[in-house]
Design a protein around this ligand. Structure first.
Ligand code: NAD
Length: 336
């Protein structure tokens, strides 16, 4: 199929170029995001491919439909950036990459935990400046710590498996009790219990209207003093201002985030020569016990190869049959 790829970086062109040797789609790569300003580039393409910070609302979907687009291929697992109802009303199919490497994201969550706990970000800077004092770098043993996993699907289960390897006790919150987690000894509890009994909480559920600001002032009030909070899922799960208040009061002792609610204005671009206008984000960066990474949890070579292969296979399947196994339906979106 003829496919317009938006919001592409050199690494996308490298991995999609390699995978397309087998699929032979006619791909045009655009660097720009898909927005109202750039949407005219999609005219005449039966398929377009977008990333997580290309937001598609009803108005944009209508323009795409008028231009002949029938398929929107998401090169992501999450699909909260597309108005599914509007797409369905227009008869457009949305396909995604349900799993590409749960290991990549789970391992990044663990990297944030280890860095925050042993203060690697601070130690790195100190040693480079010839400061070998270890004052202020005190950590804690992960062995025996209680880890709360919110969302125990593919990524949450791998994360739980790694933390079990450290000798952590596992608590889980998810309507669906994953047998893999139960086998690891995870105890499923209410969200309130998970919040009040965990030393470390890691978020692995999708962003939906139900989970928006799951971690808010009320949730933070239930935490043990000094809880470590990790979010590699979606920024909207945390009310950032409430998290800042929690850091100031000490309820949150450590915050590691790979995602941020307003990340679309910041992440994936080099803004090092600009003045960042987002004061809430800038406040986060002033805390010594906060680490922010710019949505890189998925970014391993295995994950990129899998994303490219599944996305192109989705387009091939849709082109041949008009349907796709990895289509996002409104029904299963509500269930997630
Ligand atoms: P998954 O569908 O396998 O698992 C999600 C789990 O969350 C399911 O078990 C579901 O029952 C559970 N869930 C749904 N609503 C919940 C709620 N209200 N409370 C608790 N649990 C709930 O998804 P996955 O592959 O494990 O991915 C999880 C999330 O990770 C994705 O939705 C995506 O937002 C995020 N993600 C982030 C990156 C990154 O680079 N940072 C990459 C991939 C995925």
């Amino acid at each position: 199929m003829k496919v317009a790829f938006f919001n592409t970086k050199p690494y996308d062109r490298q991995f999609f170029g390699a995978a397309n040797e087998k699929h032979c789609h006619e791909i045009i790569f655009f660097e720009s995001h898909l927005s109202l300003e750039t949407i005219s580039l999609a005219a005449g393409f039966p398929a377009i491919c977008i990333f997580i910070n290309d937001y598609l609302n009803a108005e944009m979907l209508q323009i795409l439909a008028k231009g002949g687009t029938k398929l929107i291929a998401l090169r992501s697992a999450g699909f909260n950036h597309v108005d599914l109802t509007a797409a369905s009303n227009l008869g457009m199919a949305i396909v995604r990459v349900p799993a590409y490497s749960p290991y990549a994201v789970a391992e990044h969550a663990v990297a944030l935990i280890l860095s925050l706990n042993r203060k690697i970000h601070r130690a790195y800077n100190r040693v480079r400046e010839g400061n070998f004092s270890i004052e202020g770098l005190l950590g804690f043993d992960l062995y025996g710590a209680t880890v709360g996993v919110v969302g125990t699907g593919k990524i949450g289960a791998i994360f739980a498996q790694i933390m079990r390897g450290f000798g952590c006790k596992l608590l889980g919150y998810d309507a669906y009790h994953n047998p893999l987690c139960v086998e690891l000894g995870m105890k499923y509890v209410s969200m309130a219990e998970l919040l009040s009994h965990s030393d470390i909480i890691s978020l692995h559920c999708p962003l939906t209207p139900d989970t928006h600001h799951l971690i808010n002032t009320e949730a933070i009030a239930k935490l043990k003093t000094g809880t470590m909070l990790i979010n590699t899922s979606r920024g909207g799960l945390i009310d950032t201002q409430a998290a800042i208040d929690g850091l100031k009061s000490g309820s949150i002792g450590y915050l590691g985030i790979d995602v941020y609610e307003q990340e679309a204005d910041l992440f994936f671009e080099d803004l090092s020569n600009e003045v960042i206008q987002d004061d809430i984000f800038q406040r986060l960066l002033t805390f010594p016990n906060v680490i922010v990474t710019g949505h890189q949890a998925f970014f391993t070579s295995q994950a990129l190869a899998n994303i490219a292969e599944t996305t192109l296979a989705n387009i091939t399947e849709f082109g041949e049959s008009g349907t796709c196994t990895n289509e996002v339906k409104i029904d299963n979106a509500i269930a997630k």
